[in-house]
Design a protein. Structure first.
Length: 211
């Protein structure tokens, strides 16, 4: 049921996103075949649409309870396989759901900054994504999204047409011993955001060349 609803929603949103945002992507044809975590920069409420557009398999996105618990949408999120977490902290139930999802060979989508940027700059990554990847033994695929902030910034009521380009990077393997090291998780979180920032810069440069 989750997959049927997911792909139905994707079929509806894809033509609109392609036309309205002139969506382009690179690197998506080299994504891993097994379970992994997709980690991208968070510039707008539509980031999940931009990322999922180029992934053939369902992506189970992580969403803060601020949005997940809104009346009338919780049931839809649950049917889509969305994983709720509390802002600033990962609940034990969320950890179990994340690990179970990855153990089943699926893809988890996260925005490790934990919140949407207000000015377009990257924020530090929360180390929780590193701990989950290390514990599950799965790679993290960094994703850089350029143009989403210009298309639909946090305080905008409606998106505006603006080119959006998505760049998928090479998988990052997290050492398993990082599970026991908060310092190691913080260091790898910084590395992850650096990779994401580089990919976003590449996407920006590619878009500049195209125009």
């Amino acid at each position: 049921m989750a997959d049927a609803l997911y792909f139905a929603l994707k079929r509806v949103l894809t033509p609109f996103a392609d036309l309205y945002f002139s969506l382009q992507s690179t690197g998506h044809d080299a994504l891993p075949t097994g379970p992994f975590i997709l980690a991208g920069n968070h510039s707008s409420l539509l980031d999940w649409v931009f990322v999922a557009r180029f992934v053939d398999r369902p992506v189970r996105f992580v969403l803060t309870r601020e949005f997940y618990d809104q009346p009338g949408v919780t049931g839809i999120y649950r049917r889509l396989g969305v994983i709720p977490i509390r802002d600033g902290a990962i609940e034990l139930s969320a950890v179990r759901q994340l690990l179970t999802t990855l153990a089943h060979g699926e893809i988890v989508g996260v925005f490790p900054e934990g919140q949407i940027t207000r000015d377009g700059t990257l924020l530090p990554a929360q180390p929780g994504v590193i701990a989950i990847a290390a514990r599950a033994g799965v790679p993290i695929v960094p994703v850089g999204v350029h143009g989403a902030f210009e298309a639909f910034p946090r305080d905008a009521r409606l998106p505006r047409p603006h080119p959006v380009r998505v760049t998928f990077g090479a998988p990052v393997t997290i050492p398993t011993d990082v599970v026991r090291s908060r310092e190691g998780q913080t260091e790898w979180a910084a590395v992850l955001m650096q990779r994401i920032g580089t990919l976003r810069d590449h996407a920006r440069a590619a878009e500049a060349q195209r125009t």
